[in-house]
Design a protein around this ligand. Structure first.
Ligand code: ACO
Length: 335
């Protein structure tokens, strides 16, 4: 009988831009305050990419660290997925740039666009590729320079976001590590709740549209807030049920880092104490697809995850999209 294949997480990495923008700095530029941003979102600072830090630069740095930690030479990687909604260029895929810059010579490479849910979507797709036998060693990177889409004069959005990248190496194993159950969801009817209209084929950029600042993100924060809490809660409960584990067995919940009030509302709904929920958005803001892997990375580095622990990831983003997964941390050959 053929044994079950799993996709263990054998390496992890992250990268953020050098420049930090504090709430105080924003308050000098626009009508806002550190007190407002902190109390409404929990954010105190964010990292913001400079002109020499495109999405691929952050993705390469995070990917390289993940490969080194896994002890994997680049030529062993047979698939590169970059989850991003801020690619370097409309085409080719940023994953191709990253593949080449990392010295990966024999792999497929593609981008995956699911906004802030990109990493959870990527884990689900990557695990499926490994389970099917199509892939043995896969590099999943979630990277966004979301501040590229931000109107720095719009206080409703500019205080919320930061830039970054997180990466994991997935390796085939017959031991039950990595994703045990996952789900992904989308509600296209909610596409107008958060979007960038200009710059694609629907509305190519023209001088007049740029003048109207239509190349920047707009968002209905209050509506997204409600959908985020409900969406993450329901998909998290589904993932637990599909993995046949209870919340009590989960060592740590690592949610998308958009707003601490969203995370607290999620914890309350799940009846989960906040000391089992990881939060680092105070230092990074919402880094879009990179938020979950950066939080996962810091959970591991801070010793909050050990080999064999069960972790619940849940994310929510524009689209609307959402997804959750239950995973067993570590790898049969500990790194
Ligand atoms: N500083 C000061 N005042 C502000 C600021 C600011 N930066 N931003 C908004 N305000 C004002 C508003 O103008 C409003 O004033 P008004 O009452 O006079 O009209 C007031 O503050 C309250 O606005 P609300 O929208 O009610 O504030 P709320 O408590 O809902 O918080 C927030 C807003 C932080 C945006 C919240 O709704 C939120 O986090 N929503 C989720 C957004 C999100 O996560 N988006 C990302 C999705 S993930 C992805 O795909 C990238």
């Amino acid at each position: 009988m053929k044994s079950m294949r799993y996709a263990a997480i054998s390496g992890w990495g992250m990268a953020v831009p050098r420049r930090i923008v504090t709430n105080e700095e924003l308050a000098q530029r626009i009508e806002t305050s550190d007190a407002w941003i902190r109390s409404r979102t929990g954010i105190t600072q964010r990292h913001v990419a400079g002109p020499d830090e495109p999405t691929s630069a952050l993705a390469v740095a995070a990917g390289r660290e993940a490969l080194v930690r896994a002890g994997i030479p680049p030529e062993m990687v047979d698939m590169v997925i970059v989850a991003t909604c801020t690619p370097d260029r409309p085409f080719p895929a940023t994953a191709c740039t990253v593949q080449q810059r990392l010295g990966i010579t024999h792999s497929g490479a593609f981008d995956l666009a699911a906004a802030c849910s990109g990493f959870v979507y990527g884990l689900s797709v990557g695990t499926s590729l490994i389970r099917s036998g199509a892939s043995q060693t896969l590099l999943l990177i979630a990277a966004d320079v979301f501040t590229h889409l931000i109107d720095w004069e719009d206080r409703n959005t500019c205080v919320l976001f930061g830039d970054g990248a997180g990466a994991v190496v997935l390796q085939a194993t017959d031991q039950p590590f990595g994703v045990l159950a996952s789900n992904t969801g989308a509600w296209g009817a909610g596409e107008e709740l958060m979007a960038v209209d200009v710059g694609g084929t629907l509305m190519p950029a023209t001088a007049a549209l740029l003048e109207q600042r239509r190349q920047y993100v707009y968002m209905n924060g209050r509506e997204i807030f409600k959908h985020a809490v409900r969406g993450m809660c329901e998909s998290a409960e589904q993932a637990l049920a599909d993995a046949a584990v209870t919340l009590d067995e989960i060592r740590l919940v690592v949610p998308h880092q958009a707003n601490v009030r969203i995370i607290e509302a999620l914890a309350k709904r799940l009846n989960l104490p906040m000391d089992r929920v990881f939060v680092n958005l105070d230092r990074y803001g919402n880094t879009s697809a990179a938020s979950v892997p950066i939080a996962l990375y810091e959970s591991a580095q801070q010793g909050r995850l050990a080999q064999g622990d069960l972790v619940l990831l849940t994310a929510f983003g524009g689209g609307l999209t959402w997804g959750s997964c239950v995973l067993r941390w570590g790898s049969p050959v500990p790194v």
